[in-house]
Design a protein around this ligand. Sequence first.
Ligand SMILES: [Zn+2]
Length: 202
Amino acid sequence: MNAVDIMKYKLTEIIRLYNSKGWSPATSTNYSFKVSKDDSNFYVSKSGVDKSEFCEEDFILVNQHGEMVSEINNVKPSAETKIHATIYRLFPKTCVILHSHSIESVFVSQKFENEINFEGYEIQKGFEGQTTHEAKISVPILENSQDMDLFCRNLMDRKLDFICHSFIIKKHGTYAWGDDLFSAKRHFETLEYLIKVASKDF
Ligand SMILES: [Zn+2]
């Protein structure tokens, strides 16, 4: 298998695993990857696929703006592909982006404005750059929007806030990314864990 096929295989396994956790109901969520940070094109999940049945053929190649590289009948990239393109542009070392519609992130996002803070949790060290549970860390919360251009402008305005390689969208879900599949997965699972802990306070 070449590097692209290996990534498709590994990410497909993870997409199905995350679906089994309830993080992608009703065809929701989207995922993307590139093999090298120097690639301008990236692979993103197709729109409208049941994530419990996701397979390697459900990735499509798009350019740096999130537009399909070659037209395929009745196939389109996820509506949120522009969010992926913006994250790759903001953080050029990124090679994998993960997304969830977890119920806990929806609960938590309604209780906080603008950001959620965490302090004292051992798992905070799952975010690259964090070396102690004693640090106070902040994860941005952004307003949801169907206007992807507006949403992506808001994302760019908050570039300096993304120290945890992730964010929450209000009443929607989470995004996390990394330089490879291992680090994206670690950031994503760290955030989902912290959100789950926070949601127990309500
Ligand atoms: Zn979504």
